[in-house]
Design a protein around this ligand. Structure first.
Ligand SMILES: Nc1nc2c(ncn2[C@@H]2O[C@H](COP(=O)(O)OP(=O)(O)O)[C@@H](O)[C@H]2O)c(=O)[nH]1
Ligand SMILES: [Mg+2]
Length: 686
């Protein structure tokens, strides 16, 4: 098995708006590099990257895919990612373990929402990048228009290193502005620079030389003297500028026709950094961050960046080695869990194909099956020198649905399947909503949850339906009330007797429930008081308005009577419950609804639309804080109005917005809305 030094590895993530052609490009790259012998198409569901049934069915990528190949003496671990925003967790994981990115832009559509988002992610991650203008063969493809757009939106660092030869139907190849050679067709043949393009090529070449001279002290003098740098100097200068983010090369081609791919591979090889050039961030303890040097001759440090649940092999753990090496059939230390992890056979993944390897060294990426302790975000290391590498941060789930198993058998397997799903996807969370008894699955959007339920059926054989979660309404009283209830029965032998007086006081919002006894003189014997409390506690679970739990009430038992023979705990429980229900009815009960704090982040220009929409949702806008070009709107809004806000926000902003919610407090539901809810609950009962 071939081993690669740190300098001879590139970990590279493909990023773009959905549909710009990442998966097609990854296939063309593998094909051009000779890693695959057949060029599959996304539209036939036949690519190396999109192999999962959900991906084949939808013809979009849903998961990150590892696509390693060799180019010249270098191993390139290409990672294809989904462009659809519901699956951004995969993007974040892939970015965390990459040293470079290719941002794919469609030559006709240009910059789209996803392009802006991916650009921002690479900025946050400080990731050197190339831009590949794809689909040059398409109608409306216009290289120069897109380049202008890139420079306006992302800055003058975006620098064309190639020009297209022809466009749309007539797109034939590219001119390389660094080597000043031109390449036609697929596989690429070197050709003359078309004379019609020569002036344009010279002018763009000068721009490249100027841009490199500006960022490279060694070249600026030469440039000012009017001397042309050597090819080596130019490439070296470009490499420094790309690695430090001062130049973002813009390349061009067509994934579908495999045009421009060889030049793209050369650019990756020449300009993007190897793992050696990136420090590794570790956390020694919680507040101190320091970096360690990437090295293959050091103790092991490998970050687990993804876990997938496979019905056949079980759990598959994806890791990136930062220092040292990891061996098949060895033992490593998991610092986060404080335990030894047994490592079985290591594999390299290409799409769904697993190739066994005996060792993986620093810089490389692999997978191992059936780890027992380890989860996404953990570091595998040596016990002698434990380290924790900072993991990627995943977005919080914002969209929730209630999971209803279809059959009894589905119900039995539901818990295990849900916990494995959320283990595999850190952007999925499961919890049980105590107030409604529903199992709630939360994720990043409707499609995300839909795909999760398909996976549940396919991988674990569990059938479920998703429904909008019920709102956990509550009930309370608005005025004090006193109530008496006597439970008395004479049946055959000895009878039943329990008799209580309750005092109900409304409490302020958020107080919860209290119970007290002020019984004096033994009108109810002390040993029966807990039974009264039990009766009260059971009865408050279903209020008298719409059977929602009762809150913010203080219940005091202050009097009653008993019978020396007929009284029992059960009788006082029944009396307690009966008195409570009477008291609630007399206390002018109302329905309370949960109010959430919502924080919506949107580009400035959507502010009016977002506020308008929030107003139709009974929201109280509390603040607007511009943060650069983004506006952060804070509001309080009833949960009932924002159960599907992820979908509304996406359609108002075409996916440019994001939001977070958390619970604030309960508040009275406006009467006309409460009446509807009460009527619906009554209809359901009967
Ligand atoms: N005309 C043309 N279509 C392309 C090209 N690359 C990709 N496509 C098409 O664009 C669509 C989306 O491609 P895909 O690779 O799945 O995009 P992804 O979402 O970025 O992975 C598919 O229908 C592809 O066939 C290209 O170079 N030219
Ligand atoms: Mg794709």
């Amino acid at each position: 098995m071939e081993q690669y030094g740190l300098e001879n590895i590139r970990n590279l993530v493909l990023l773009s708006h959905c549909g710009a052609g990442k998966t097609s490009l990854s296939e063309a790259i593998l094909f051009t590099a000779g890693a695959i012998t057949r060029l599959g198409k996304v539209d036939d569901g036949a690519t190396t990257s999109d192999y999962e049934p959900g991906e084949v069915k939808r013809k979009i990528s849903l998961n990150l895919a590892m696509l390693p190949f060799q180019w010249k003496e270098t191993k390139i671990n290409l990672i294809d990612t989904p462009g659809y925003s519901d699956f951004v967790g995969e993007v974040k994981a892939a970015i965390r373990v990459s040293e470079g990115a290719i941002i794919v832009v469609c030559a006709a559509s240009g910059i789209e929402v996803g392009t802006e988002q991916m650009w921002a992610y690479t900025e946050q991650a400080n990731l050197p990048r190339l831009i590949f203008i794809n689909k040059m063969d398409r109608e409306n493809a216009d290289f120069y228009r897109i380049v202008d757009q890139l420079r306006v939106n992302f800055g003058p660092a975006c620098l064309p290193l190639q020009l297209p030869i022809g466009a749309q139907d007539d797109f034939q190849g590219i001119v390389d502005l660094v080597t000043m050679k031109s390449y036609i067709g697929s596989p690429a043949r070197e050709a003359e620079i078309p004379s019609s393009l020569q002036a344009q090529v010279d002018s763009f070449h000068d721009k490249v030389v100027e841009a490199v001279a500006e960022v490279d002290d060694r070249l600026i003098e030469k440039y000012l003297d009017g001397k042309e740098p050597s090819l080596e100097e130019l490439i070296d200068g470009l490499r420094q500028a790309v690695v430090t983010g001062r130049i973002v090369p813009v390349l061009v081609g067509s994934a579908i026709h495999s045009i421009g791919i060889t030049s793209l591979l050369d650019a990756i090889h020449s300009y993007l950094p190897s793992p050696k050039e990136q420090g590794v961030v570790i956390v020694a303890d919680s507040d101190k961050q320091e970096t360690i040097e990437p090295s293959q001759d050091a103790p092991l440090a490998a970050l687990v960046f993804k876990t997938s649940a496979d019905p056949y092999v079980g759990k598959l753990t994806y890791f990136r080695v930062y220092t040292g090496a990891i061996d098949s059939n060895s033992q490593v230390w998991n610092a986060a869990r404080g335990g030894v992890e047994r490592i079985g056979q290591l594999y390299i993944l290409r799409g769904k194909t697993q190739e066994p390897v005996s060792q993986l060294r620093a810089g490389d990426i692999g997978v191992v099956a059936k780890l027992s302790l380890t989860s996404t975000g953990d570091t595998l290391c040596s016990q002698a020198q434990p380290v924790k590498i900072v993991p990627s941060l995943f977005p919080e789930p914002v969209f929730s649905e209630a999971v209803h198993p279809k059959t009894k058998a589905d119900l039995d397997k539901l818990g295990a399947a849900l916990s494995r799903l959320s283990e595999e996807d850190p952007t999925l969370q499961v919890h049980r909503e105590a107030n409604t008894g529903e199992t709630i699955l939360s994720g990043l959007g409707e499609t995300h949850l839909e795909v999760a339920t398909e996976k549940m059926l396919r991988k674990f054989g569990v059938g479920v339906e998703l429904q909008t979660p019920r709102v956990p309404y509550k009930e309370t009283i608005t005025i004090p009330a006193k109530a008496e209830y006597k439970h008395k029965k004479q049946t055959g032998g000895h009878g039943q007797y329990g008799h209580v007086f309750l005092d109900l006081q409304p409490l302020s919002r958020g107080s919860g429930r209290e119970f007290a006894s002020k019984v004096v003189g033994g009108s109810i014997p002390r040993n029966y008081i807990p039974a009264v409390e039990k009766g009260v506690n059971e009865a408050v679970q279903e209020g008298v308005l719409a059977r929602y739990p009762v809150t913010d009430v203080k219940v005091t038992v202050y009097d009653g009577s008993y019978h020396p023979v007929d009284s029992s705990e059960i009788c006082f429980k029944i009396a307690g419950a009966g008195a409570l229900r009477k008291g609630l009815s007399q206390g002018q009960p109302i329905l309370l609804e949960p109010i959430m704090n919502i924080k919506v982040r949107i580009p400035e220009s959507f502010t009016g639309d977002i506020i308008g929409d929030l107003n139709t949702k009974r929201a109280r806008v509390q603040g607007m804080n511009p943060e650069g070009e983004v506006n952060v709107i804070e509001a309080q809004v009833p949960l009932a109005e924002i159960l599907r806000y992820a979908i509304d926000l996406k359609s108002i902003t075409q996916g440019r917005g994001s939001y977070t919610v958390d619970f604030s407090h309960y508040e009275e539901t406006p009467a006309h809305i409460a009446q509807k809810i009460i009527a619906e609950r009554q209809a359901k009962k009967t």
